[in-house]
Every structure is written in C-alpha cells, then in structure tokens.
Design a protein around this ligand. Structure first.
Ligand SMILES: [Fe+2]
Ligand SMILES: [Fe+2]
Length: 184
C-alpha cells in the first residue's frame, strides 16, 4: 500500500507547514508585520506541491476506485472538486502576494489576511476530510491487487531526484519558518 503511505506522509508534511503559517497569519492579524517573502515561499510551496504533484496522484487513485459504491463516488467527486477550488485559491493568493512583493498591486492588508486565513483553513479541512473520511472508505473497499495496480501505474515521488529535491526544499522552508518564529 505504498501510495497511501506516501500520501499520508505528504499530509503530515503539509500540515506542519500549514500550522506554522496559521500562527503567522494570526500574528499578522494582531499587527505584526510579516516576512512577505517567506509567506510567499510557503504559500507557493504548499500550493505548488499540492496542485502539481499531490492532488493529481490522488485524482488518479480515485479514478481507479470509481464505480465501487455510490457513497464512495460522491466522496471522491467532492474531493476532486476541492482540488480544483484549492488550486484557484492558491493561484489567487500567490498573485496577491506577488503584487505586494513587486509593488504591482495595492491589496488591502485585511483582504490579504483573510485570503491567507482562508487558504490555510481550506487546505487543512481538505487534509482532514481525506484522512478522517475518504481514505478510510477507500481502504475499506480496496484489495491488495488494487494497491499493486495503483502502485505500478502511478509515478512514485520516491524517484530519488524528485524525492530528494522535495525534501531538501521542505526542510529549508521549515527551518526558515522556525527561525522566523523565534526571531519575531
Ligand atoms: Fe487532496
Ligand atoms: Fe491529500
């Protein structure tokens, strides 16, 4: 069941970053001026990783299980729709932060804080929905043959180069967030 383990690990990694980002957003709301570049890096990492790597693998896994039960189909459809919404949210947020970083747009700070809070809340709720509701339902209907077929069909992020690049980037970002938290 390799893919489930990988997705679960990715959820843990993403959640750690989101929790730190959430604390930053709270302090931002309380009046502390944030490190915009760091916020931008976290949002684009979380959004980029989820939108281009994590969610597409999930979508392909869901495709394998379509038609097993109408309850499962409904839950997977909801999840796929959330992937589309989350992508819109992260694109919009990245554009807003880029505008601020490059002085190209005047985004009211309250709006930016709300967008950031919304991004964190939706990403976290999505992870919780998968971990708490959808994935257990998939695991309940899946056989070991299903996992074999899926694991062969889906490219693994443990491809050495990709995996290493991601984890290096992840560690660097996590460390930068932790340092920034201590400094402020
Ligand atoms: Fe997802
Ligand atoms: Fe996920």
């Amino acid at each position: 069941m390799t893919i489930m383990k990988e997705l679960h690990q990715e959820h843990l990694n993403l959640k750690r970053l989101l929790v730190m980002l959430e604390r930053k957003v709270e302090r931002f709301r309380a009046g502390t001026h944030p490190n915009f570049q760091l916020m931008s890096d976290v949002v684009s990492y979380v959004g980029g990783y989820a939108d281009t790597h994590h969610h597409p693998r999930e979508d392909r896994m869901f495709a394998h299980f379509k038609g097993r039960s109408s309850e499962l189909d409904t839950l997977m459809k909801r999840c796929e729709e959330e992937h589309v919404q989350l992508k819109q949210l992260s694109t919009h947020l990245n554009d807003s932060i880029d505008g601020i970083l490059h002085d190209a747009a005047v985004v009211p700070l309250d709006d930016l804080i709300d967008s950031l809070a919304q991004f964190v809340q939706h990403e976290k709720a999505h992870l919780d929905f998968e971990e708490g509701t959808l994935f257990p339902k998939i695991e309940a209907v899946a056989s070991s043959e299903d996992w074999q077929v899926i694991d062969q069909a889906l490219p693994s992020p443990s491809d050495p180069l990709f995996g290493l690049k991601q984890s290096d980037e992840y560690r660097t970002l996590y460390q930068a967030l932790a340092d920034d938290e201590r400094a402020s």
